[in-house]
Design a protein around this ligand. Sequence first.
Ligand code: GLN
Length: 516
Amino acid sequence: MEHKQKVIVIDFGGQYNQLVARRVRENHVYCEITSYRTPLDKIKEMDPMGIILTGGPNSVFEEDSATAPRELFELGVPVLGLCYGAQLMMHVLGGSVDHAPEREYGKTPLTVDDEKSPLFAGLPENSIVWMSHNDYIKTPAAGFHITSHTANCPVASAEDPSRNLYAIQFHPEVLHTEYGKDILKNFVIDVCGCSGDWQMSSFAEKTIKELKEKIGDGKALCALSGGVDSSVAAVLLSKAIGKNLTCVFVDHGLLRKDEGDMVSRVFGPEGPYELNFVRVDAKDLFYSKLAGVTEPEKKRKIIGEEFIRVFEHEAKKIGKVDYLVQGTIYPDVVESGLGGESATIKSHHNVGGLPDYVDFKEIVEPLRYLFKDEVRAVGLHLGIPRELVMRQPFPGPGLGIRIIGDVTEEKVKIVQDADAIFREEMEKAGLNKTAGQYFAALTNMRSVGVMGDERTYDYAIALRAVNTVDFMTADIVEIPYEVLKTVTSRIINEVSHVNRVLYDITSKPPGTIEFE
Ligand code: GLN
């Protein structure tokens, strides 16, 4: 997908590389991350209006450290170096970088020395910035002057406005830097001259037009999960090629309460979109394959494998398709090590290896360059119901892994009903706005209770609610007792075979976000 105005983020392996790109895009400027290994010619071809060099773990003066050619700074394109990127700019252009006598980490007071610096326009003289470095710029390269400092860092930033080169030792992309957003905005809008008109609405219109041109009369196939990404991808394709798109929705019987019907309402023949919709009711097949299986990894495997088998079976009925549609999004691409420089964090099912179980020519991934919140914005723009667009992340194996022990149809019903009550009460209490992810899980524990003077021997439901920024760590949400009490009494009263409700207050680590 071509975007006229773009900024390129050159990735030196810093931990905040995706954040840098997000912050640029928050200014409605399109931006892509590329590895520092990308050849200069390729960068020229990308025709950027600005270049940002990220932080990185190395020291610029060590052999084999990630580097950049001098010519990168001579393209006539504004360059902003952040932390490692700043040190590298100085190192390559003849300044000196060394181990700092005092390393800096965390929130640090900054003093601006040159109030005329375009980066600091509109900023107060003193503010707080986020530092994270062992090395420092001892002397800036010729032509540069110092524009700010901190107590331990004589060159917190330097610039040569005549060449449009800017170096910043701190991290403006991190929210702890008080005016970080303003600094990045000053760079992309004022220094680079980007107009800031990259909109999700224009993205949608443009993508639909491009898909139309690319696919023409060809046929496309999409596996619809009902999740945000595949739904938005499907709607884009439907608007581009209508009935030449077939969406296969495999209902494995492990979805949340009424979820399958909701997907059918949106994408089925009664819904607003033109496409071929195939809903496969594979409940019984999945329940029989899962019968007696208690080990969580094994359950995940079975569900994943059966899913592919069912999809394949349906795809074969359609025959040869030209395109397979996938809802890959930008973090998938970057985390797979394809977009930037960060180590492969996980191999993502959507990226790289092509599934061999469907006969098709090519994969289309219309959301490949978008972050999750951008995908949501496109979804809302396309008129996909808010409840579908804003829904919480849900694991592929579904409720299969929110049931401890073996999975049965009865247990699925229990956890669906309990989960629906929990979500309803969280929404009523307005907690859905602050809690990241919350759900009910069915423990495999049964215990004695008493209801209506009668002894019961029934299951315990576990409630889980967490907040997470990066999915690597998570804190529990402190749900008020009043809400917990309402949820508990409703679950006990309305869901049969539950006589206890427990609230999980384990953070991650040591727990995981899911309860399996
Ligand atoms: N490794 C460099 C240093 O320690 C750069 C650090 C960074 O980019 N955050 O100074």
